[in-house]
Design a protein around this ligand. Structure first.
Ligand code: GTP
Ligand code: SPV
Ligand code: MN
Length: 580
């Protein structure tokens, strides 16, 4: 059985794009392998060392198509105010003319794949069906890892017309003719000119965040750029946390954390590493599901030392994009191990450590099935999700933000999230390392006016007395020589331990102008060689720096004009008052 609305839409899309062939994807193993063979045949994929990386492949993307392109990403609502000052806006009519024209005949000579997918566990009230139409077999293969694809999605859809319509074409891959357009009112996505992750795997950022955030606003839930973990203490109690850090700022790594020796009786369970859908449960707690089934993770920096769980997850049945290739046919990237004497770089060019350029692209990624992660939670596919006790906001800040602090209450926590900032990374095209405001790590992913989004967050907090506590973390503070003060990775569990103590009414803290900061003794630093000065610096709140920060926050808030909720200005005034 197949939904009539779906059939009609596919016919309409085919009339416009004029593919040579239409393939309905069932998501089967057989179909996947046929696709892989085809891509191995035409050079889209290279097979990796079958013994060391079974069923793993390398894809080299077009050199100008290696990251999300936020400047080419649009929210298409009738009124520009509904997209808000932080989004690019295009009227639906202009999109239909300008972008629609690019789709005309764009699949001539190509195969059009119809990819039904389910975001969220089967049978879950959280779950949503989408259908992506694409002319990229690489996209299909990635969607099969990242989503529940094919038959199961069609079963979920039944004869309903309620599904997200995603139209994707590689077009000519030219950045001049690249657009990623979202039509929240029609639950539709048009993406053309890019084969890269977030631009092209439409179930991910386009559907599960930009479209879903609008649905969440209308229906009273949250669609967030968050990891989800369960932290099990030595007594066996599991506390679930969700964390929003901007792209390439440590979600995957925190999601797969391996405890350091001193805390070896703890265990961290991975529920999700990038996206969380959160709803109030009947018990008044906030429950979260991970809508995805795979990890589209940053490769550089991933190693047996920093993230052994990821290294195991990606060692089979995975797709690598823009990593380097060693002569023995294994993938390599900066930070994985000592550099090989010789490799082919991410563009296939001969490379040696003396080449003076990175071998892997800084935003090289692996696509790996979540179920292969040794730390995957036994509850990661629970239809009702997991109950969240704390929300972490975090960023990459060389200065200003201490290692961790706790918000005074929910509204203050929303202020902390709304005002957070982070240094830009290679996950999006553009300058790297400049501090920008990235509220709730959703700046590039909120499908509507962020002033309304903040209001929605504030409102969520009024609905239950059992909302999670809110914290801010920063693993990236540096010393005067530019070295990270905090060892990060597994050691981040020490910070989580304090957070969990706070949630349970324990854990010593000092009240500072920005929130509760742990006293140096309250952090479990056993077995860690960290100087007293480093700890003091990590936990230091400098009133002068924070007065400047408050000014930068005000400047950001003013962009929203009258639409910004008064509660945020109130929180801002209170911050200034506390700073003296
Ligand atoms: P997206 O997939 O883009 O949303 O990113 P993410 O938030 O999942 O980031 P990820 O965990 O992949 O980390 C990105 C980079 O930050 C990698 O190079 C990591 O090695 C590095 N990183 C992660 N955690 C830490 C940490 O605690 N300390 C330091 N210094 N680096 C870290
Ligand atoms: C990010 O950029 O936040 C990612 C990768 O997780 S992408 O799927 O490209 O959005
Ligand atoms: Mn992300």
């Amino acid at each position: 059985m197949c939904s009539r609305a779906l059939n009609e839409w596919i016919e309409e899309v085919a009339r416009v794009t004029q593919p040579d062939r239409i393939v309905w994807c069932d998501g089967s193993e057989r179909e996947y392998h046929a696709l892989l063979e085809q891509m191995l045949g035409d050079g889209t994929l290279l097979r990796l060392n079958e013994r060391k990386y079974p069923n793993c492949y390398l894809h080299r993307s077009h050199p100008t198509d290696v990251a999300r392109t936020e400047h080419l990403t649009f929210i298409c609502t009738p009124k520009p105010e509904d997209a808000g000052p932080t989004n690019n806006w295009m009227s639906p009519q202009e999109a239909r003319e300008r972008v629609g024209a690019l789709f005309r005949g764009c699949m001539k000579g190509r195969t059009m794949y119809v990819v039904p997918y389910l975001m969220g566990p089967p049978g879950s009230p959280f779950s949503e069906v989408g259908v992506e139409v694409t002319d990229s077999p690489y996209v299909v293969a990635n969607m099969r890892i990242m989503t529940r694809m094919g038959k199961i999605a069609l079963e979920h859809l039944g004869d309903s017309e309620h599904f997200v319509r995603g139209l994707h074409s590689l077009g000519d891959l030219s950045p001049e003719r690249r657009y990623i357009c979202h039509f929240p009112e029609e639950r539709a996505i048009w993406s053309i000119g890019s084969g890269y992750g977030g631009n092209a795997l439409l179930g991910k950022k386009c559907h599960s965040l930009r479209i879903a955030s609008v649905e969440a606003r209308d229906e009273g839930w949250l669609a967030e750029h968050m990891l989800i973990i369960g932290v099990e203490d030595p007594e066996g109690n599991v506390t679930y946390l969700a964390g929003a850090f901007p792209s390439a700022c440590g979600k995957t790594n925190l999601a797969m954390l391996v405890p350091p020796p001193a805390l070896s009786r703890y265990k961290v369970w991975t529920v999700g590493d990038d996206i969380a859908w959160l709803r109030l449960g009947p018990d008044g707690r906030l429950w979260a599901v991970n809508p995805e089934t795979g990890f589209f993770g940053v490769a550089p920096g991933t190693s047996v030392k920093t993230n052994p769980n990821a290294m195991i997850a990606l060692s089979r049945n995975s797709i690598f994009t823009n990593v380097a290739l060693t002569p023995e046919g294994t993938p390599w990237w900066e930070g994985m191990s000592d550099p090989p004497e010789f490799a082919y770089d991410w563009q296939g060019k001969p490379w040696t450590p003396a080449s003076g350029r990175p071998a892997a692209h800084p935003n090289a990624r692996y696509t790996a099935p979540a179920r292969q992660c040794p730390s995957i939670s036994p509850h990661w596919e629970d239809p009702q999700g997991v109950p969240i006790s704390a929300i972490l906001f975090g960023g990459r800040r060389a200065r200003v933000a201490p290692l961790v602090y706790e918000a005074f209450d929910w509204a203050h926590g929303v202020f902390v999230g709304a005002s957070m900032a982070s240094e830009t990374t290679a996950a999006a095209m553009g300058e790297i390392g400049v501090v920008r405001r990235d509220p709730m790590a959703m700046l590039p992913f909120c499908g509507y006016n962020m002033a309304d989004y903040f209001r929605h967050w504030l409102w969520m907090g009024t609905r239950s007395p059992r909302m999670p506590r809110i914290f801010h973390v920063n693993w990236f503070r540096t010393d005067e020589r530019g070295q990270f003060l905090w060892p990060g990775f597994g050691e981040n569990l020490r910070v989580l331990k304090w957070i969990i103590e706070r949630v349970n009414g324990r854990g010593d803290a000092e009240e500072t102008p920005i929130g509760y900061v742990p006293t140096p003794e309250a952090l479990d630093l056993e077995g860690l060689t960290l100087s007293k000065e480093a700890v003091r610096e990590l936990l230091h709140v400098d009133p002068n720096e924070w007065r400047q920060e408050a000014e930068a926050i005000a400047e950001f808030f003013r962009r929203f004009g009258d639409r910004l909720p008064e509660e945020l200005w109130q929180a801002h005034r209170q911050l200034l008052r506390r700073l003296g």
